[in-house]
Unconditional design. Structure first.
Lengths: 244, 439
């Protein structure tokens, strides 16, 4: 039987592109998300395009209590879990409105931790599986323009690296993906530099390759590793004076 | 946030806010006061440009594929190139395709695109079963040639002015292989190529490349290309239904504008004509090279330089075609800036509300934008109009509005339907303003 991939937060552009790529590679796919109406359209698309085995299931990343039950109810244990959901939000709004701030933290960190805790325990018991987390370059250093989102992603990145360390000893692999700018709905209002911006399709391809190669951490565009290296090496005494 | 957007010919460039959607219920809420749908930006003009554009590329799900009867239902942002990947391996093909596969289904409807088989199969609109359109009143209608035909016919070739085309169901064409049995025939002049078109009117696909830089006895020398879908026996490969995706080459930067001049184009044309060393040549070729020769060179538009180019495509009624073509080609020859891919084609009958094709010859030419070009094209417009012809709106960035009103016989009716479905003018483009279709 083909391996099954569970995609958490499956309605985003990036999730759709990842699902399409993995369907091409022959995985069966379980789409999980909040809008079942949208999931069923994506499900149909994957069937027609790639003749893939697809199913979809309701999942709310912010309903932490439900995660255990959600996982137990799945008709098939996944071999790979890809945690794609996230929320950019608005930095200024988040500074002034706790509800918004909390939504950013919960969507990018708490929800992921809650869901992946359940899955990690199962994978550890079964001594197999792979967990892929879509984190962000924004998590590498806090900047005034988006440090609420950035800090939640930083937490997620640290969580994934800890998880990798723990599960390594049980034959379970963890992959951290830092996409950089991707032409998705998330950044449709931003004018991002063309050289640093990639497409969801490329992200899908890079992730599928990284899964095969069992990579630990990837930047989708290699140039980002250079940029982040520079950003990380700027001394804090100088960094704090910059407007980034 | 405003950004600069343009179409394939890099003219005009417009500052615009862009929104996108991947869910029908999302779009009505986000729509600006005056916007226009924008697909993959492959038209040559201002039909999909406005101060607010709705990018449809994320609305790209295939909803259903009836493999038995050959019909597909998809969202308007799906590219034809994506559809080919899905339908060709299962023995189906697009009923009509233009010269590039990198257009969206919504764009194919809005331009009512035609292909090399127009004389046999008509334009894209002939194959649409039904489609849904979010109109300016905020309501979404499902229309077809039977149900709300006014909306249907104002949307086919209507340049997006009735609203946002959402889901489209259309019929496909059965194929046995992904290959085309091609015949190329050299014609020494315009007379000869026009005769060849008439003689081969039962050929499924026909088109001619024409050299605009010849005079005298070689005036209008051409290569006529005919094609039929190949049978399994005619194809000497193992997998007969493989689509292709790989591009050969990407043009890395805008060429400086001096690269294209009378001499370089003349050399290109001479080589192109000479490559067919025999008068008639038969071969079996993959559909990708047959329909989409330029798609294998990504960003070929950059060859024309940063200032961009215009594609000038007109059609003349059959009875006026010969005189009209001689008149126009002679003027292009005298001006000396021929285009290095001029394409001639004989259309079949078509008389829709606002679609471009009509029975007669159509010629498409590329002109790099240079001083004096627009004045020259205005002259050509008048000649086209005098012969009873018209200009293709999908390739137009500069026609004067009086030419449009003179040459599209149902323009008034079209405008009335637009006013019904979009009373507040929520859908406007540079083109609709230029042609005074909307106030």
């Amino acid at each position: 039987m083909e391996e099954n991939v569970l995609i958490l937060g499956a309605t985003s552009d990036m999730a759709v592109a990842i699902a399409r790529q993995l369907a091409i590679e022959g995985y069966s796919i379980t789409l999980a998300g909040r809008s079942t109406e949208r999931l069923s359209v994506i499900e149909g698309d994957l069937r027609v395009r790639h003749q893939a085995m697809v199913s979809s299931v309701y999942f709310d990343a912010l309903d932490f209590e439900s995660h255990e039950q959600f996982y137990t109810n799945l008709s098939e244990r996944p071999d790979i879990v890809i945690c794609v959901f996230g929320f950019l939000g608005d930095q200024i709004e988040a500074q002034n409105n706790w509800a918004h701030c909390q939504q950013i933290i919960n969507s990018n960190y708490t929800g992921a931790v809650s869901a992946l805790n359940v899955i990690a325990n199962d994978f550890e018991r079964r001594k197999k599986g792979m967990i892929v987390g879509i984190s962000s370059v924004a998590g590498e250093r806090g900047r005034q323009s988006n440090y609420i989102y950035g800090s939640a992603k930083a937490g997620f990145t640290a969580y994934l690296s800890g998880l990798r360390n723990r599960l390594y000893h049980h034959g379970v692999h963890v992959l951290t993906v830092k996409p950089g700018f991707v032409k998705t709905k998330m950044i449709e209002d931003l004018n991002t530099p063309a050289l640093l911006t990639t497409s969801p399709k490329i992200v899908g391809k890079k992730i599928s390759r990284a899964i095969v190669k069992r990579k630990d951490t990837i930047y989708v565009l290699p140039i980002w590793s250079l940029i982040m290296l520079v950003i990380k090496t700027i001394p804090e005494s100088i960094f704090k004076k910059l407007r980034l | 946030m405003k950004k600069l957007i343009t179409n394939w010919n890099n003219y005009p460039i417009v500052e615009a806010s862009e929104i996108s959607f991947d869910y029908e219920k999302e779009i009505a809420r986000k729509l600006a006061q005056a916007s226009i749908a924008h697909g993959n930006g492959r038209c040559y003009g201002d039909a999909s440009l406005s101060s607010d554009v709705v990018n449809t590329l994320r609305y790209d799900k295939i909803l259903a594929f009836d493999e038995v009867n050959g019909a597909i239902t998809c969202q308007s942002g799906v590219l034809l190139s994506d559809l080919l990947q899905v339908i060709v391996p299962r023995g189906w093909f697009l009923p009509v395709t233009p010269g590039t596969k990198f257009i969206t289904v919504g764009g194919a409807v809005a331009s009512d695109v035609h292909g090399k088989n127009h004389h046999v199969d008509g334009a894209f609109s002939r194959h649409i079963v039904s489609m849904s359109v979010l109109t300016g009143t905020g309501e979404t209608y499902v229309c077809s040639s039977n149900s709300q035909p006014d909306l249907f016919w104002a949307t086919c070739g209507g340049m997006g002015l009735t609203g946002i085309i959402l889901d489209v169901k259309f019929r496909l064409k059965k194929i046995n292989t992904a290959y085309i049995r091609q015949k190329q025939i050299k014609a020494r002049n315009l007379d000869e190529v026009m005769n060849l078109f008439q003689e081969n009117s039962d050929s499924t696909y026909s088109v001619a490349w024409i050299d605009c830089l010849q005079s005298g006895k070689h005036f209008g020398r051409s290569i006529l290309i005919l094609g039929e879908h190949a049978t399994v026996d005619e194809v000497k490969v193992e997998k007969v239904l493989m689509p292709k995706e790989k591009a050969l080459f990407t043009v890395p930067f805008y060429f400086p504008s001096f690269v294209l001049n009378g001499i370089s184009v003349k050399i290109f044309n001479a080589l192109y004509y000479a490559k067919n060393y025999r008068r008639a040549m038969d071969s079996v070729v993959h559909y990708d090279g047959f329909y989409y020769p330029l798609d294998s060179i990504l960003s070929w538009n950059k060859i024309y330089g940063k200032k961009g180019f215009v594609q000038y495509q007109f059609v003349l009624p059959l009875e006026a075609s010969k005189d009209g073509l001689i008149d126009i080609l002679a003027r292009i020859y005298r001006r000396g800036t021929g285009s290095f891919l001029a394409v001639l084609k004989l259309f079949g009958e078509q008389d829709n509300l606002i679609s471009f094709p009509m029975r007669g010859y159509t010629l498409a030419l590329d002109f790099p934008i240079r001083p004096g070009l627009f004045k020259f094209l205005d002259e050509l417009d008048k000649i086209v109009a005098d012969y009873g012809g018209r200009i293709y709106l999908s390739k137009d960035a500069r026609m004067k509005n009086e030419i449009f009103w003179k040459t599209y016989p149902h323009a008034h009716e079209f405008k009335e339907i637009l006013a019904n479905y979009d009373p507040e003018n929520r859908f406007v483009s540079r083109l609709s303003q230029r042609l005074t279709l909307k106030p």
